[in-house]
Design a protein around this ligand. Structure first.
Ligand code: PMP
Length: 445
């Protein structure tokens, strides 16, 4: 057979990976790539981490798989305790899954079952932001606000009420307060229009991922959402599939703003790229209500298996033992300065935003009007290809219905050193210099 039977997405031919170590991967031709986005913001501890490998091998030697309804397993119980402790006990219950989409599906279904159990079956709607990304399965896609992904499926997903989220870049710093009030008022208006008591939950990413290019929320906004939830009797779900497990320098991103959710989803970094592990964390009262009414009608075969949980435990222990949350903050500052000095060089680098080791860079044609480049220019794909040629992996997204320009994420592993961060910035600078010369200058002419 000449062509591969695999199919994923249309795109340029890819190099074949040979091996990886630390923050570097090598292709079969011997070229190295600095992993500037931790794969899909998932290989948070780099490649070839010995302690994780050892923990996995030890668990494989004991037992790899048991089914959650047949045996309790020590790594699952220990990892659940760890996760609860990481929320400072604010969320007391854990349900394991194997991916971010599964975690979001679980959150949506648990929230719905909670209200059915409480005799409020008229609550049928979720509220979520546009833009946002919550996963690719139908339920998670229904709450996702990303038109190109939604389009073929809008008629067959449960859908959600889409409201605008904060966009501090376009609102400008001085109008921040007014902007927050505006998006919260819009959210309230849409909840009221749907009938306040028809809403199950508001779903939000505390730090946006690929769909928004690391757009941040703030304390006032989250407090406003919490108030709306309390007023309308619905639940608050934080999707920390991407921004959780230390990515922002906090175990969970929401903790820096001090507003806790009722349910929280996490995945990606939990298995650190070594094994698929995801989790739904939630308040005990929710679980008690559902369990007292027939139990949670949901579950996945591989959920909480011993190998998955031993991997997750080893990843969290490594973050603690190696003091990596400090490195996330220190290297994050280094990246911020480096990205801001690149921004000063090119007017079309409209915005640099983020925190910890989660940085988004948005490209715009006009820095004053903040106008995105035309979609046909495919800047997101071009900057990614040039970075790859320069030996740097970045995570891109295309411009979005006038809601955001092309952007890319820089989110290297927590283990990145100071000199590797410099190298990342150097390779990015070379890619941007070429983008400016070969692509942007002719477009702006
Ligand atoms: N939620 C968020 C915020 C995500 O970033 C992602 C993945 N990019 C998902 C959910 C879905 O996770 P997965 O790809 O593991 O299903």
């Amino acid at each position: 057979m000449t062509t591969s039977p695999l199919f994923y997405q249309a795109g340029p031919a890819m190099p074949e990976v040979s091996h990886a170590h630390g923050v570097f991967l090598w292709d079969a031709q011997g070229k190295n790539y600095l992993d500037g986005c931790s794969g899909a913001i998932s290989c948070n501890l780099g490649h070839g981490h010995e302690a994780i490998r050892d923990a996995m091998l030890a668990q494989l030697d004991r037992v790899a798989f048991t089914y959650r309804t047949q045996f309790e397993n020590a790594p699952a119980v220990a990892l659940a305790h760890e996760l609860v402790a990481m929320t400072d006990g604010e969320l007391e219950k854990v349900f394991f899954v194997s991916s971010g989409s599964e975690a979001v599906e679980s959150a949506l279904k648990l929230a719905r079952q909670y209200f059915v159990a409480r005799g409020e079956p008229q609550r049928r709607h979720f509220v979520s932001l546009r833009p946002s990304y919550h996963g690719s399965t139908l339920g998670a896609l229904g709450v996702t606000g990303y038109q190109p992904l939604e389009a073929p499926f809008t008629d067959i997903t449960p859908g959600s009420i889409k409201v605008p989220g904060p966009d501090f870049y376009r609102a400008g710093q001085t109008d921040r307060g007014a902007h927050i009030r505006h998006v919260l008022n819009e959210t309230r208006a849409q909840i009221e229009a749907a009938g306040g008591d028809s809403v199950i939950a508001i779903v939000v990413e505390p730090v946006g991922g690929a769909s928004t290019g690391a757009r941040l929320v703030d304390k006032t906004y989250l407090e406003g959402l919490r108030q709306l939830c309390d007023e309308f009797g619905c639940l608050l779900i934080f999707d920390e599939v991407l921004c959780g497990i230390g990515r922002t320098g906090h175990w969970f991103a929401y903790q820096q703003w001090g507003v806790a959710p009722d349910l929280l989803t996490t995945a990606k970094g939990l298995g650190a790229g070594y094994y698929p592990v995801g989790a739904l964390l939630c308040r005990e009262a929710l679980v008690e209500t559902v369990m007292a009414n027939g139990g949670f009608q949901h579950g996945h075969t591989y959920a909480g298996n011993p190998l998955a949980c031993a991997t997750g435990l080893a990843a969290i222990e490594a973050i603690r033992r190696e003091g990596l949350l400090y490195n996330v903050t220190a290297r994050g500052q280094q990246l911020k300065h480096g990205l801001e000095s690149l921004q000063a060089r090119y007017s079309w680098l409209g915005d640099v935003r983020g925190l910890g080791l989660l940085w988004g860079v948005e490209l715009v044609m006009d820095p004053v009007e903040k106008t995105p480049f035309p979609a046909e220019a495919n800047l997101f794909a071009k900057v990614t290809a040039l970075a790859k040629e320069e030996g740097l992996l970045i995570y891109p997204r295309r411009t979005l219905d006038g809601l955001a320009g092309d952007h890319f994420l820089i989110s290297p592993p927590f283990t990145i050193s100071e000199s590797e961060t410099e190298l990342l910035l150097e390779r990015l600078a070379s890619a941007l210099e070429r983008l400016d010369r070969e692509v942007v200058a002719p477009l702006l002419d």
